[in-house]
Design a protein around this ligand. Structure first.
Ligand code: MLC
Ligand code: AMP
Length: 513
């Protein structure tokens, strides 16, 4: 059996001429395929020199850089488990992830070393390194002394490769365990489905701590030996200015909305592009249509999750193996990818008729192994016949296109990031003078959806909405902060006493219109 290590599979696709450019940064730095090969070998050798137990978690909270990507690849190469953390997370959030995952190694930004290392060492982490976005820090200093050759550790397809934390409906995050096989099978499938070409050039402008930027984008380019134009952060003008040198772009809907407000987005400017892909949140039909009108390109929308990588996609071009249509239907997320079993079920778990709405369940080589140290939670999220319950609500039309119409999980997706109301409500409910709260998602022209916090004061107490927001900002990642807080006398409830969030959503639906 050949080595199923994802790094080894990606490396097989490196071009024969290793001196060709693999990554070009916005500052004009160029990394060749040979640079990636050597740098990942040196970093993998550094990890091996630490004598860590097999499958140690390597937790990483650093700004986006090519070296951060190298650290991800080196972790795979050395056979350890990558655990990326959003740079917006604050100390209480980091404390939870580190306490729960028990990483052997933590890598953080130099400016956060003080507080992160304190949390890590008290949780039993053995090594804390720093990595700045300017290539400074102890990680690269140590790796510089290592050999630049390394044999990728032999892995089986079901060995653990990464843990991605996704918030839970009860407020506590769960670590989704993804294997080498989950990600390799998805990457190979998407190479064919999206018809990647070796001379494709991807503009990478997404953060690299979630599925979209870390897996879909990076694996897509690497497994095709395609160059990446690497932007440390999304800036609509910068991205548009690079379109003439590129062919593929991936973004969450907010990125498309922001580019549409730029006069420089024209048909001529996007002429060289082959494929625009959107996902992580619903793409409004207005954005889909307006993009078509302004550029002549039809955005390809796809659907995925941390637990499953990619699940469905609109078609890319004519390919008899996949679908006998090339139509990308706006408002839909396309067809289940080959190998993915997707069904829509009613509350009793019975498959519904085509066109009817129900819960989306999936099964396939891409579906994760379970939640880290949560066997009961894992069991609850799978049907007896092995389908994962996505928590998304949708339908499949007569032609087989899947449409997501909502979510059964209480989740807000804001600018492509997931925000769980239960987590925010838990923090608000602990504040002085607060009796209870409800956080709901409402439409927002830029982020798609944002949170509104509705708060009830205790009898005799007064609560300052600005104070609630300020206190939340001190404790939680910035993208989780509700964009508005209102104090009201009571929350609408049904006869069972349950808060009717749909009424609140309706009441505040025009708050940001
Ligand atoms: C930033 N802010 C947000 C926000 N991002 N608020 C709500 N939702 C968001 N997503 C707020 C900050 O708190 C701050 O508020 C202000 O906006 C400016 O912050 P910033 O950091 O300068 O923002 P900006 O750089 O403009 O970031 C916006 C963004 C970013 C859209 C570029 O959010 C982003 O990169 N999103 C992509 C997320 C992503 O990659 N998701 C993939 C998940 S994978 P204040 O008040 O402090 O000024 C997945 C699976 C799948 O879902 O299918 O792909
Ligand atoms: P995450 O846990 O961050 O991976 O987010 C996964 C969730 O994002 C899915 O369960 C969906 O609710 C949502 N999602 C991803 N892609 C799409 C899409 N194209 N349209 C609508 N929702 C999406």
């Amino acid at each position: 059996m050949s080595n199923q290590n994802l790094f080894a599979i990606l490396r097989e696709a490196f071009p024969g001429d290793l001196d060709r450019p693999a990554v070009e940064t916005d500052e004009g730095l160029v990394y060749s395929w040979r640079d990636l090969e050597r740098a990942t070998a040196m970093m993998a050798n550094l990890l091996e020199s630490l004598d860590l137990p097999a499958e140690s978690r390597i937790a990483v909270q650093v700004e986006k850089s090519v070296e951060a990507m190298v650290l991800y690849l080196a972790t795979l190469r050395a056979g350890h488990v990558f655990l990326p953390l959003n740079t917006a997370y604050r100390s209480a959030e980091i404390e939870y992830f580190i306490g729960n995952a028990e990483p052997a190694v933590v890598v953080c930004s130099p400016q956060n070393h003080g507080w992160v290392s304190k949390i890590a060492f008290s949780a039993g982490t053995r090594f804390v390194f720093t990595l700045g976005d300017d290539r400074r820090g102890s990680l690269l200093e140590r790796a510089a002394h290592m050999r630049d050759r390394h044999q990728p550790v032999v892995k089986r397809a079901d060995d653990l490769a990464a843990i991605l934390y996704t918030s839970g409906t009860t407020g506590r995050s769960k670590g989704a365990m993804l294997t080498h096989g989950n990600m390799a099978s998805n990457a190979v499938m998407l190479r064919d489905y999206w018809q990647w070409q070796p001379d494709d050039v991807l503009i990478h402008a997404l953060p690299i701590f979630h599925v979209h930027g870390l897996f879909v984008a990076i694996h897509g380019a690497l497994i095709n030996g395609s160059k990446m134009i690497w932007l440390a952060r999304f800036d609509p003008k910068r991205v548009i200015s690079r379109f003439p040198e590129a062919t593929v772009f991936m973004g969450v809907p907010t990125l498309y909305v922001r580019m549409l407000s730029e006069p420089s987005l024209t048909r001529e400017q996007t002429q060289h592009m082959r494929l625009f892909i959107s996902g992580s949140a619903p793409l409004l039909i207005e954005t889909f249509t307006e993009w078509q009108r302004r550029t002549g390109h039809t955005i390809l929308e796809r659907y995925g999750m941390s637990e499953t990588v990619m699940l469905t996609s609109n078609p890319c071009g004519p390919d008899a193996r996949f679908a006998n249509t090339t139509e990308r239907k706006g408002g839909t997320v396309g067809f289940p990818l080959p190998g993915v079993d997707l069904r829509v079920v009613d509350d009793a778990g019975q498959a519904v008729m085509p066109g009817e709405i129900g819960g989306i369940q999936v099964r396939g080589p891409n579906v994760f192994k379970g939640y880290w140290r949560m066997p009961e939670k894992t069991a609850e999220e799978f049907s007896p016949d092995g389908f994962f319950k996505t928590g998304d609500v949708g339908k499949v039309d007569a032609d087989g296109y899947v449409t997501i119409v909502g979510r059964s999980k209480d989740l807000i997706i804001s600018g492509g990031y997931n925000v769980y109301p239960a987590e925010i409500e838990g923090v608000i409910n602990e504040m002085a003078g607060v009796a209870e709260s409800a956080v709901v998602g409402v439409p927002h022209p830029d982020f798609g959806e944002v949170g509104v916090a509705v708060v009830i004061a205790r009898p005799g107490a007064s609560v300052d909405p600005e104070g609630v927001i300020a206190e939340l900002k001190a404790r939680l990642a910035n993208f989780k902060i509700p964009k508005r807080c209102v104090v009201v006398a009571e929350l609408p409830r049904n006869t069972m006493g349950k808060v009717q969030k749909n009424l609140l959503r309706d009441q505040f639906k025009d708050a940001f219109a």
